[in-house]
Design a protein around this ligand. Sequence first.
Ligand code: R5P
Length: 295
Amino acid sequence: MIVICGSSSRDLAKELAMILDCKFILASSTRFPDGECYTRIEGESLNDEVVIVQNTYPDHNIIEMLLLQDAAKRMGAKKITLVIPYFGYARQDRIFKPGEPESAKVMATHLGLACDRVITIDIHKEAVLRNFKCPAKDLKASGAIADYFKDKGINLVLAPDAGAAGRAKDIGERMGLPYDHLEKVRLSGTEVRIAPAKADCMNKNILIVDDIIATGGTIMAATTQLKEAGAKSVSVACTHGVFTGDAIQRLTGNQIDALLCCNTLESKVSNISVARTVADELRTGSKRKGLLRKN
Ligand code: R5P
């Protein structure tokens, strides 16, 4: 097996290759003077199972992902697995207003044309995977997040909205802690309203868990509620730290006691690694087909 990495999630890809004890290739990627993407996988031929690790965010990474698949195929890749740590556009998974595209479906349909298998991590809506023409599986970061926080004195795990309730349950159960979710109403792209928590927050060390932090509006509103309800500390963990603008500074310089995310998207707070989760899936999938071997 060979792990090939594009411009994104490089730490995750390197760690993945290390755990799997297989060859790692960092594809070179530059821009032509007109801004078009140029990418190249160094070497003569691949002649092995290839794993391409690349996000579909920001937009230019989508182009790079398509080009890398073509290059890998031309170099003789026996099988191509796409590991998409952060699947961008998954939140537009249906038509909210007439005239809109079903963006998540468009992405899945086109990205999956030249590959044999797709692995995502905490994709916003799992149903999106049905649009891939090849087998596609979503892995959960809950185990990695629960492990990270297991000795941090947390008393209660909360999701900021009903959509993340399953995540709070999974992490709460893994940590042997109570869990619940808050009720959120989205007012605009940057503003949300969160109702007071039903759970008793007084003097509790609370962990809020979500799949994505983008503007940070959801997490700020949830934290404010919990602190008003007497929480002793509020730690925040998400899988994908998109962090638009100065979101990290705004969140860390505020009422939040700890802010962590996974290494699907790299930032200064992406200290929770999902490499082992991905490696386990690749190992079991390849063992079934007898493809894993050291290079
Ligand atoms: C929404 O359904 C997601 O799970 C996140 O809660 C949301 O994307 C976070 O966005 P923001 O940080 O902009 O509030």
